[in-house]
Design a protein. Structure first.
Length: 472
């Protein structure tokens, strides 16, 4: 099947410096096939908060129109990224099931999630996402998956990601004014993690640090699940601002200087004191000036240190030096700020975590993807697509599990129904064997009947899964 005929997913990454609308599908190899994208500079956002809704809507519409013009399609339902003031807390709750012998299903999970999300919030707060940590049935054994178990009491512990309701509503309003419909909001670092981390890293323990323009967003994973997240209101723009302040050049020139000649670790440069870059002086009649690459690196290091020291403080608050919370997979830097040369060395120096790398979304996308998109800049947008596809697959999995659950319960009911009917037979219908041979024959018949029932159940299960495979 051609990729263009498959289900299309639309992701809208609303950052402080740029807005990206990505159109993609999942190819036959399970990779993300990017079909096209639109991009526009962000206006009206400050550190993830809408400060001018009309300007934000115009910027979104610019990206939407690019997709319309290039691809001839009209995007509608989009998964969007969101950032701003957030906090997290662990919440536990339980439900008492009316039929303990019935297998736990999707309805039980929804009831539990609704109860978790409905717990007390401060005024103006909204639950963005709840992430299951463990489940526990009446037997007291913790597990990561509850569907298919039996028991009267189902208890769970979730990590609730809580955001500012006004921030969320303002972003969604801007999206709707651009003729799009937000179907799901995902926290930026969680989306980025989907693009650049793998399951082994999340299991071992890893910190995802997304350095954006206005904020630096952190998501910490351990034992395969999200454990903590935080937002620091400093990003790449802070470094650009420091360069501008100390050189007196225009913001655009400072950004270009940072990207083209900047380095976050002065010690990595050769001949830094004798290598100069010409810069223009803004606001007076002085002739063009020059700055050594060594001095530029010092400015960038100092600004980067301010940002990443706060990242280390977040890791310390999580307790990453505790053996049970250790980040064995290290730190992964992504986002536009991760493009800065040697920024990973600064992170390693400050955190003392040697295993630090730059995260690219290359493992999640098809091999023929435009090289421009295989960049930390597009991690969030690609991660949103990953999340949208994963949500679809989870929904399909729940439907399959419910179908299997119904089939299994139906077979069990039939079996027990036969046994109950046998118990209701009149006494004269039973015959007591006169000798040992007859008794042995009766026992053999029972064994044969049980074996037949067992084989039929196994065949039913095989038939079910074969049918699911054929449908896929």
């Amino acid at each position: 099947m051609n990729a263009i005929t498959k289900k299309q997913y639309f992701a809208l990454d609303i950052g402080t410096t740029k807005i990206v609308l990505l159109v993609a599908t999942k190819n036959e190899y399970g990779k993300i096939q990017v079909l096209g994208y639109g991009q526009a500079p962000t206006r009206g956002m400050d550190c993830g908060t809408v400060v001018n809704g009309l300007e934000v809507s115009k910027a979104i519409l610019e990206a939407v129109n690019q997709v319309r013009d290039k691809m001839g399609i009209d995007p509608k339902n989009v998964v969007i990224s969101i950032i701003g003031k957030i906090r997290t807390e662990f919440r536990s709750n339980y439900i008492v099931r009316s039929n303990p012998k019935e297998l736990v299903g999707a309805a039980d999970m929804r009831q539990l999630e609704q109860q978790i999300a409905a717990l007390n919030l401060s005024p103006g707060e909204q639950v963005l996402q709840i992430v299951p940590q463990w489940f526990k049935m009446s037997d007291g054994v913790k597990t990561k998956e509850a569907i298919g178990l039996v028991g009267e009491r189902l208890e769970a512990n979730y990590l609730a990601v809580i955001g500012n309701q006004a921030d969320i509503e303002n972003v969604c309003a801007c999206v709707k004014r651009s003729d799009l419909e937000p179907t799901k909001t995902i926290l930026q670092p969680i989306a980025s993690a989907q693009a650049v981390l793998n399951e082994e890293e999340m299991e071992a323990g890893v910190a995802l640090v997304d350095i954006g323009g206005g904020t630096t967003d952190i998501a910490i994973f351990k034992n395969g699940v999200l454990k903590s997240t935080a937002v620091i209101k400093l990003g790449g723009n802070h470094i650009t601002k420091r360069i501008r302040e100390l050189t007196g050049i225009l913001p655009k020139e400072a950004e270009a200087l940072k990207l083209q000649f900047g380095c976050a670790w002065p010690g990595a440069l050769e001949n830094s004191s004798s290598t100069y870059v010409m810069i223009g002086k803004y606001g007076n009649k002085e002739p063009d000036k020059k700055i050594s690459t060594g001095r530029l690196a010092e400015i960038i290091y100092e600004a980067s240190e301010e940002i990443l020291t706060q990242v280390v403080n977040v890791l310390k608050a999580y307790g990453y030096q505790d053996p049970e919370k250790r980040l064995d997979a290290g730190i992964v830097l992504t986002g536009g700020g991760a493009q800065l040369k040697e920024i990973d060395l600064v992170m390693t120096y400050l955190s003392k975590i040697v295993n630090t790398r730059i995260g690219l979304p290359s493992a999640k996308v098809a091999g023929d993807t435009d090289d421009k998109l295989i960049s930390p800049v597009y991690s969030t947008a690609i991660g949103l697509i990953c999340t949208a596809i994963e949500e679809d697959e989870k929904e399909e999995s729940l439907v399959n599990k419910e179908s299997f659950k119904a089939m299994l319960e139906s077979n069990l009911k039939k079996k027990f129904s036969v046994e109950e009917d046998q118990e209701d037979w009149p006494e004269e219908s039973y015959t007591i064997p006169d000798d040992d041979d007859d008794f042995e024959d009766d026992e053999e018949q029972k064994k044969s009947g049980f074996k037949s029932t067992f084989i039929n159940s196994i065949n039913s299960i095989k038939t079910f899964f074969n049918k699911q495979s054929e449908e896929k």
